[in-house]
Design a protein around this ligand. Structure first.
Ligand SMILES: NC(=O)c1ccc[n+]([C@@H]2O[C@H](COP(=O)([O-])OP(=O)(O)OC[C@H]3O[C@@H](n4cnc5c(N)ncnc54)[C@H](OP(=O)(O)O)[C@@H]3O)[C@@H](O)[C@H]2O)c1
Length: 302
């Protein structure tokens, strides 16, 4: 599995496993531990989390599974996110739905993530969503402390547009920190990031792209969804031509982008992981790439 350099301390596996849905998998710690080991055996070492996943439970579920193979920690890259507050009685002050990018909240959230995940540091901390109220100084203050304490090895954002990225990055660069990744929704179903300039802007600054919901959260497989059906009409003959699965074609489609996009998969099916890996061995032609793109758009390009 190819590695993508994030900064001088951290590299991610080109394919990343996400744990947003881990609560719904209803696995025992042993079952999840086996899955993490299967991922690791395939070179998928980067694990994507957020404080809020599964009503603040998914990091803890992962932490219990990791306890069963403590030697794995150093071989994994653990990513988590903060900045969204959801109402829950599991967390003090989580009394409403809002964004909180205050220094205090970021530091507290990371401390909790480390505890839940049962690790000493995060390989990467991302701000989950931009906030209209975000103050670059607050974020910078928190990061300075977390990086100095060795609790965070790299920093990134998620769902940030160009101006939101510029606002935060300008302040960080002054402090010799910088944004290394932007985690965005990208799939054949969701083209916004390809068209609104954000991926180009990140590419220009060598900020890596993590593509969340690369299978559109499963929507691509919904026979009742019109857009998905248009896309599948193009993908299905390609699965026959290349003798691979739909998941392989989708990874090949993302991988054709020159910005070296890293898909963050949400499956808990190891066969689908293998199919995704197969996608890296496949190079679609430009025409095939555009056929999928225009099928999604629902009209031809200019
Ligand atoms: N930064 C953000 O704001 C943000 C937002 C959302 C997600 N994320 C991250 O991105 C990760 C991935 O998101 P996601 O789970 O939506 O990813 P996804 O890979 O697009 O979707 C996964 C879902 O699709 C299903 N699926 C995959 N292949 C299938 C097939 N061939 N046929 C039928 N169903 C299929 C999976 O079911 P099976 O498990 O049964 O295969 C699973 O339910 C999350 O875990 C999280 O880490 C980040």
């Amino acid at each position: 599995m190819e590695k993508v350099k994030i900064n001088q301390h951290v590299s991610f596996s080109k394919l990343i496993q996400g744990f947003w849905r881990a609560k719904d998998w209803n696995w025992t710690a042993q079952e999840l531990n086996r899955y993490i080991n299967e991922l690791h055996d395939r070179g998928i070492t980067t694990m994507d989390h957020a404080d809020i996943y599964g009503n603040y439970s998914c990091e803890g579920i992962f932490g219990e599974a990791l306890k069963l193979s403590p030697q794995l920690r150093e071989q994994l890259e653990i990513v988590s996110k903060c900045g969204i507050v959801l109402p829950t009685d599991r967390i003090p002050n989580a009394d409403g739905h809002r964004y909180d990018h205050s220094s205090q909240h970021i530091k507290r959230s990371v401390e909790r993530s480390l505890q839940e995940l049962n690790v000493e540091y995060l390989d990467s901390l991302l701000i989950h969503r931009p906030s209209p109220l975000m103050d670059p100084e607050e974020i910078t203050d928190a990061l300075k402390v977390l990086v100095t304490e060795g609790k965070v090895k790299s920093f990134g954002v998620s769902n940030f547009n160009k101006s939101q990225y510029d606002l935060i990055n300008r302040s960080l660069v002054c402090d010799k920190l910088h944004i290394t990744v932007n985690q965005l929704e990208v799939s054949p179903y969701t083209l916004d990031a390809l068209d609104d300039g954000i991926i180009n802007h990140m590419f220009k600054d060598d900020v890596k792209i993590m593509a969340w919901s690369p299978m559109a959260g499963g929507k691509l497989f919904d026979p009742k969804d019109e857009r998905s059906q248009r896309i599948m009409t193009v993908i299905t003959p390609l699965t026959e031509k290349y003798n691979v699965s739909t998941n392989s074609i989708i990874v090949a489609w993302l991988n054709k982008h020159p910005a070296s996009i890293m898909p963050v998969l949400g499956t808990h099916n190891i066969n689908r992981i293998d199919e995704a890996i197969d996608g890296f061995g496949l190079t679609l032609t430009d025409q095939e790439w555009f056929d999928i793109y225009t099928a999604s758009l629902g009209h031809d390009i200019a």
